[in-house]
Write a new protein. Structure first.
Length: 388
């Protein structure tokens, strides 16, 4: 029988990749990716059954049962995230599409964008594994899926080889796309600039939707961080973001309703997709709050949680910026932390205040605590920048 730790690691990793795949499915209008999301949702349901059984068997006293219940609360919240991802996938399978300009806004303005690139015949990465080329660390773009002919490899492992003709689907900071594209194809690519041709209400609704997506994912990261550091202030921040996302949902709904007049049926379908996506983002933020409530309520998280987080595919941690280091006094845009280390800065703690959702213009100063997420190799690179 599998251990609680093993099951928790798989639940966390699966819940993260399923959300990435769900958004990729609707942005790239891919039924194949959507079907994988549904399969992963079923997998999560099975994992949840297993962890419930193992947890019940592991609890030998009231205190142990209380401690184990916090693990189950995290697992249940992860299941809700997967259900939200499944709802997005169902839109794709029902043939609902977004307008092209909506997709472009989402790709350009997302905190972490998604892209797809075909591996050229002369690419230097052909025949190498993901571990060997270190795309995530070198470019800040994490490969979340590979299409090989008619076959798919979802959430590829470090030892997965890249072959000629593979189409790589990756997520990360938009500034990493040119570097990622150059490595995969050997060619230069500039980030697209465009002026959206949507009516004012609809354009604003899509921009708010993108912000909801960014904030809901930030809330999840902060909720996990609050458990790792047993920090009530971080947990409260996750709860505050959840409330903000709830309020934004109603604002998006109002804007969409104002855009309904004199639209053909196919565009009404598209507007329905926007509403469904706001609901999914709200559900993800709600799940984050459910995790953070463990700390807000003063409950003790089981020590197995910290062990599991250390072995997850992506780690989340805090790194202090020292005076005179490479990052001191620079903006995130100037140092391109994610592009150069693969670590995504999700928040900054400055004295006793929090800067959530920092942008490229956010200046880093000595004493800042960077809340970052990414690879273990990337963490080492980032600590080097913070210390020297």
């Amino acid at each position: 029988m599998r251990t609680v730790k093993d099951l928790l690691i798989e639940i966390k990793d699966t819940s993260e990749v399923i959300v990435d795949l769900a958004y990729s499915a609707i942005l790239f209008d891919s039924e194949d990716i959507a079907e994988e999301v549904i399969d992963l949702e079923n997998k999560i349901n099975d994992l949840l059954k297993q962890i419930r059984i193992v947890s019940i068997l592991a609890a030998r006293s009231v205190d142990e049962a209380e401690s184990v219940s916090t693990i189950l609360q995290v697992a249940n919240a992860s299941q809700k995230m997967c259900q939200a991802a499944g709802d997005i996938a169902e839109l794709v399978l029902r043939g609902v599409k977004l307008l092209p300009d909506m997709v472009r806004i989402a790709l350009i303005k997302s905190e972490e964008t998604v892209t797809k690139v075909k591996v050229s015949e002369n690419s230097k990465v052909v025949g190498k594994t993901l571990a060997e080329v270190k795309l995530h660390t070198v470019t800040g773009m994490k490969v979340i899926a590979i299409k090989r002919g008619y076959k798919w490899i979802f959430d590829p492992e470090r030892d997965t080889k890249i072959l000629k003709g593979d189409v790589l689907f990756a997520k990360g900071d938009i500034s990493g796309i040119p570097k990622f594209y150059k490595i995969i194809t050997g060619e230069e690519r500039k980030i697209e600039e465009f002026e959206p041709k949507l009516e004012e209400n609809l354009e604003k609704a899509v921009e708010l939707l993108v912000e909801m997506k960014n904030l809901s994912e930030l809330a999840v990261d902060l909720s996990y961080l609050s458990l790792l550091y047993r920090d009530e202030k971080i947990a409260q921040e996750a709860s505050y973001i959840e409330e903000k996302v709830d309020n934004m949902k109603y604002e998006v709904q109002l804007l969409v309703l104002k855009s309904l007049r004199n639209r053909p049926d196919e565009e009404l379908n598209m507007l329905l997709a926007v509403l469904e996506l706001t609901h999914a983002s709200e559900c993800i933020a709600d799940s984050a709050k459910e995790i953070a409530q463990i700390i807000v309520e003063g409950r003790e998280i089981h020590p197995i949680f910290s062990e599991a987080m250390k072995e997850a595919d992506e780690i989340i941690t805090m790194v202090e910026v020292l005076k005179g280091s490479s990052l001191d006094g620079k903006t995130l845009g100037e140092v391109r932390v994610e592009t150069n280390t693969g670590m995504h800065v999700i928040a900054i703690k400055r004295n006793n205040k929090w800067l959530t959702n920092p942008t490229a213009s956010t200046r880093i100063i000595a004493g800042d605590m960077l809340v970052v997420k990414g690879t273990r190799e990337g963490e080492k690179l980032l600590r080097g920048l913070c210390f020297k």
